[in-house]
Design a protein around this ligand. Structure first.
Ligand SMILES: [Fe+2]
Ligand SMILES: [Fe+2]
Length: 482
């Protein structure tokens, strides 16, 4: 009898879904495996495929002690299929099937919708690995390099998770979609990834930290709402993915936190009171806070686009069908059908940004986005605490949700970060004050000099408070040349 808490490592593909007695799916996954390894070698971290990296590997889905740490060469990482344990008597918890037993097989009428949800989620996972593939070469320390690679192998595993669902539950179409996930490429002109933010460049480490803070957090929100799904295998998959996702956001939050910490300390030491004296701050070899703010403006606005249009019949259909719920669905005190409920949505009305009551069902993207914004806000306040403690007078702020949008209500509107509407010419003149300019990018790039000596850190970032797996400061997280 297979222990579903622990992972079977005797098969080529580690799993806790009893693949050994599911020959057909095992065969499909084994058939997909070589293409995945080819993709990893082509599009995964460039230049470090033979290095030994101190990585965690999931060995159990028990919340206590699910991972073990060891040196691994990335192409030999044990990617696997891990689902959170099945809950007894789980029900569909929202929509028109509320109260029915959760589905263990795909309901025929929702097959296309469900496949689409899984493919969209699946597409983001390899995309971020592709976006980050050159960053190892400019890592500010071995600690950061290891964290990058940890995030990368886990995004690879998230791809495995979605591919398992496609191959097990969607037959031939599922196998075709699984192949397509390895064919599309981030930023490719002919076959790009499906969502905008996943085709943007991640050119430097501040971008990487912003990406893991803002864009992986979109991932968290999407996984949270798919974890509510009435299709139980999807729910169980997403619940386990969320365990890994927490680390990605930790990397982002502490990465930005350490960057601003270092900037503030350098300013104080040099006696610079004015955070807007960009030239003097940059001369210290640290990233000035206004540029950090611009990077935030960029990554937050790109991530907001991932939630889709504020008003969406797709979102309503996914909810009615019981496929994708709200953030924290089962903890919300209402009827979980939303037939008569309304929700406040920001819209353009007569040229002004106005809050309008809309049916809650079609406003579900907006609601999830609001939950996301709140989650981001809390993180930004923790960054502000770091600045405040050093004595530097500066506050980071999330820009207005209408700022720099490409999807939804505000895609044809220009605003300042505080939400004041601008005409085209004013926007064009101000853009570089709100978003990173070419010169900002060049400056950041100039700081991206690799530091590979154990225990050493680039001058623009503070060391972490604690090592990974309680390792001491000089621990060699990556043995680059073995
Ligand atoms: Fe992921
Ligand atoms: Fe992630």
């Amino acid at each position: 009898m297979l222990d579903l808490m622990n992972v079977d490592y005797t098969t080529k593909i580690p799993n806790n879904v009893d693949l050994a007695s599911d020959r057909q799916v095992l065969k499909a996954l084994e058939g997909w495996h070589p293409g995945y390894i080819d993709w990893w070698k082509d599009m995964g971290p460039d230049g470090f495929q033979d290095s030994l990296v101190y990585l965690r590997t999931a060995v159990s889905v028990d919340p206590k002690g699910w991972a073990k740490f060891d040196y691994v060469k990335m192409p030999e990482y044990r990617w696997g299929v891990l689902l959170a344990p099945q809950e007894a008597d789980r029900k569909v918890n929202f929509g028109q099937h509320m109260g029915e037993p959760a589905w263990q097989e795909v309901p025929g009428e929702y097959r296309a919708m469900l496949r689409r949800l899984i493919v969209i989620q699946g597409d983001t996972e390899p995309a971020s690995v592709e976006q980050q593939r050159f960053l190892g070469k400019t890592a500010p320390s071995l600690y950061d390099m290891r964290n990058l690679f940890q995030v990368n192998v886990e995004e690879g595993r998230h791809l495995w998770a979605m591919v398992y669902l496609l191959q097990k539950y969607f037959g031939r179409d599922g196998r075709e979609e699984a192949d397509e996930l390895l064919r599309r490429r981030s930023g490719d002109a002919d076959s790009p990834r499906m969502l905008g933010a996943f085709n943007e460049a991640t050119p430097d480490w501040l971008s990487f930290f912003m990406f893991t803070f803002f864009t992986d957090r979109d991932g968290k929100m999407q996984l949270e709402s798919l974890a509510q799904s009435g299709f139980d295998p999807l729910s169980r998959t997403c619940r386990f993915m969320l365990t890994e996702e927490a680390h990605h956001m930790f990397v982002g939050e502490t990465g930005v936190g350490r960057t601003i910490q270092r900037t503030c300390e350098a300013m104080i030491a040099a006696g610079i009171d004015d955070p807007n004296d960009v030239a003097r701050v940059r001369a210290l070899g640290v990233i000035d806070l206004p540029t950090v703010q611009k990077k935030m403006n960029l990554h937050y606005s790109l991530s907001l686009d991932l939630f889709g249009s504020e008003i969406s019949t797709n979102a309503a259909n996914f909810y009615n069908a019981g496929l994708k719920g709200r953030f924290g669905e089962t903890k919300i005190d209402d009827d979980h059908r939303l037939t008569d409920a309304t929700y406040k949505v920001a819209k353009m009305v007569n040229g002004e940004i106005t809050m309008v009551d809309e049916p809650s069902l079609t406003a579900l993207n907006m609601r999830l986005r609001d939950d996301y914004t709140l989650d981001c806000f809390k993180g930004v306040e923790r960054w502000n605490k770091i600045i405040e403690k050093t004595g530097v007078k500066f506050r980071l702020e999330l820009p207005h949700t209408a700022f720099h949008r490409h999807i939804g209500e505000f895609k044809h509107t220009h605003t300042t970060p505080s939400g004041i509407i601008l005409d085209e010419a004013t926007w064009a003149g101000q853009r570089d004050n709100y978003l990173p300019s070419g010169a900002d990018g060049d400056f950041i790039t100039s700081l991206m000099q690799p530091v590979t000596e154990p225990g050493a850190y680039a001058g623009w970032i503070a060391p972490p408070k604690m090592g990974i797996d309680n390792k001491p400061g000089e621990f060699e997280y990556v043995q680059i040349h073995v």
